[in-house]
Design a protein. Structure first.
Length: 276
C-alpha cells in the first residue's frame, strides 16, 4: 500500500517534527505500507520551516513546500492533493500522532477495496495518543471531509468522532477534480507565468513534438489544444523531463490538475465533432 500523508502546517515546531516522525515510523513497522509525507508550510514565523529543512530536506520520503502565506487547512489540503502521486492519501494536523490503529484502518481499506474509510473513537490531544475503537466504515463523500471537516461531522449521528482527518484514508483519485482549473484569485498570475514561460520549457515542448499548442480559459476552467504526430512519444518525453517536473511544481500551487494515472498526463478529452 503506497500512501501519502498531507500535512499543512503553520508554526508549532514543537509538534510538527513529531507528527512527521510518526508517519515515517509506519514503514519501519510494516513492509506492506510505503509512506510519503508532503509538508506544506504557511510561511511559519517561529522557526518551524528552518527546523523542517534541517531535519528532513535529505529524506527522499518527505517533500517540503513553503507557500507565501498561511492559507488555512482546507485550501492547503487541496493544494496537497494535486501533489500526491500515491494511490492513497491521508490528511493530518501538525499536532497529530499516528497510532497503531492506522494499521487496522489500512488493512480494512485494502481488504474491502473501498474508496474511503474512517474509524472513530476517542479524540487526540497534543500530548496524548489516539485510543480508537474498532474501525468502522462511514458512508460519506470524502471531498466534504476536506471542505468542511468539523462542520460536516456535526451533522452526523455518530458518537466519539475523531477530531482529525488522520483517522481516515481515501483513494487519491476520488478527491481530485475532473477538469483543469485555475485557483480562485490566481487568474492573472496564471497568465503572467505563461507570458514569461521558461525558454527551456518552450524547447521541451518543441522537442516532444507538440505544435499548434494553445490554452484557453473560461472563468476558472482551462482547455488545452495541441497537435502531435506521436502522442505516446510526446507523453514519454514530458514525463521523463526534469524541466517539465519543475514547471509542474511551479504551477501546481495556482492550479487544480486531474491526471490520468494510466499515462501520467492530464485527461485527454474524446472528440465529439470535427470538421476539416
Amino acid at each position: 500500500m503506497d500512501i501519502t500523508f498531507v500535512l499543512p502546517t503553520y508554526n508549532r515546531k514543537e509538534y510538527v517534527v513529531r507528527a512527521i516522525d510518526s508517519c515515517l515510523e509506519i514503514s519501519k513497522k510494516s513492509s506492506k505500507i510505503n509512506v510519503k509525507v508532503i509538508v506544506i508550510d504557511g510561511f511559519s514565523s517561529d522557526g518551524a520551516w528552518e527546523t523542517l529543512v534541517s531535519q528532513f530536506s535529505n529524506n527522499i520520503n518527505v517533500k517540503l513546500i513553503q507557500v507565501e502565506k498561511e492559507k488555512g487547512f482546507q485550501e492547503t489540503a487541496f493544494l496537497g492533493i494535486d501533489l500526491v502521486e500515491t494511490e492513497y492519501v491521508t490528511f493530518m494536523y501538525n499536532d497529530d500522532i499516528l497510532s497503531d490503529f492506522y494499521f487496522e484502518l489500512a488493512e480494512k481499506m485494502l481488504f474491502e477495496n473501498q474508496d474511503f474509510i474512517m474509524g472513530y473513537g476517542s479524540n487526540l490531544h497534543a500530548n496524548e495518543r489516539y485510543n480508537f475503537k474498532k474501525p468502522n466504515f462511514v458512508n460519506i463523500n470524502p471531498k466534504r471531509i476536506v471542505l468542511n471537516y468539523f462542520g460536516y461531522f456535526k451533522n452526523l449521528e455518530y458518537s466519539s468522532l475523531p477530531v482529525s482527518p488522520i483517522a481516515s484514508i481515501s483513494k487519491t483519485s476520488v478527491l481530485r477534480e475532473w477538469i483543469l482549473e485555475v485557483r480562485t484569485g490566481y487568474e492573472e498570475e496564471y497568465k503572467r507565468r505563461h507570458d514569461e514561460i521558461w525558454p527551456e520549457m518552450i524547447e521541451l515542448i518543441q522537442e516532444a513534438g507538440m505544435r499548434n499548442y494553445s490554452i484557453f480559459r473560461h472563468g476558472l476552467n482551462l482547455f488545452g489544444y495541441f497537435e502531435t504526430d506521436d502522442l505516446d512519444r510526446m507523453i514519454s518525453i514530458l514525463n521523463n523531463s526534469e524541466v517539465n517536473k519543475r514547471w509542474g511544481e511551479y504551477m501546481t500551487p495556482i492550479m487544480k490538475i486531474e491526471v490520468d494515472t494510466q499515462i501520467n498526463f492530464p485527461f485527454l478529452l474524446p472528440i465529439e465533432f470535427h470538421v476539416d
